[in-house]
Write a protein that binds this ligand. Sequence first.
Ligand code: SF4
Ligand code: SF4
Length: 242
Amino acid sequence: MPAIDKETCNGCRICQTYCTVDAIEFDNRKCYIVPELCTECYVCLRMNVCPENAIYAEELVGFYKQFQHVISDPVENHGVTGVTGRGTEEVKTNDVSGRVKKGWIGLSIDMGRPGLGVYLRDAERVAMACAAAGFKLAPQEESPLAALMPDATTGKLEDGCLDYRLLSVIIEGRCREEQAKDVFRALLKVEKEIDTVFSVGLISRVDENGNCRALEFLDELGIERPHRGKVNPGLGKPLSID
Ligand code: SF4
Ligand code: SF4
């Protein structure tokens, strides 16, 4: 993890302006990094901002520390999925991967952005609330968070990881259309119980008439429709035909 050498630090506080989540504090004319707040994003190191070269990297000890760094540092490559950033393609390649099929709705719950970070205990709360409402959480080959989830049917994470903070993390999965409103209701409830923010990517197949069931569900629940979206027109020589 990053650390600041007290002897070398001149107290200029430049590094504080670069920290993504306010994890660098100042006391007695020196800056120091608070381990419980640091997400291991390495921005302070990568930007090379310290005029005294006082910021250095200590060894990342233990799986959770390494996980924290790989997910928080956007230039790292995730070992299982092989994808940089947070280690997931979400449904950007759905025409090939077929993750969200007809009759299903996908969600990509993006937690901690911008600039707040997310403790894994809050990610667990959201994952468990969704799972209890019928949401099927994505397996490890699709979503890095599943590596910390011994049982994807519940969304419960390993106890040892809960106090680790990430710059952001994505909870992914899908449910049948009939269960989508229950999952949305669960999200509306759990958002009041966590100490960070999330945004929800709603993934839906559009039928041959241009209708989108997911948007109709939002109308029925009184949730405002999104103002922007991404379209996958299926140009990727689709391997998924259903
Ligand atoms: S930028 Fe370097 S010298 Fe300045 S406060 Fe941070 S660690 Fe200390
Ligand atoms: S690694 Fe990231 S979170 Fe930790 S002190 Fe550096 S900039 Fe802040």
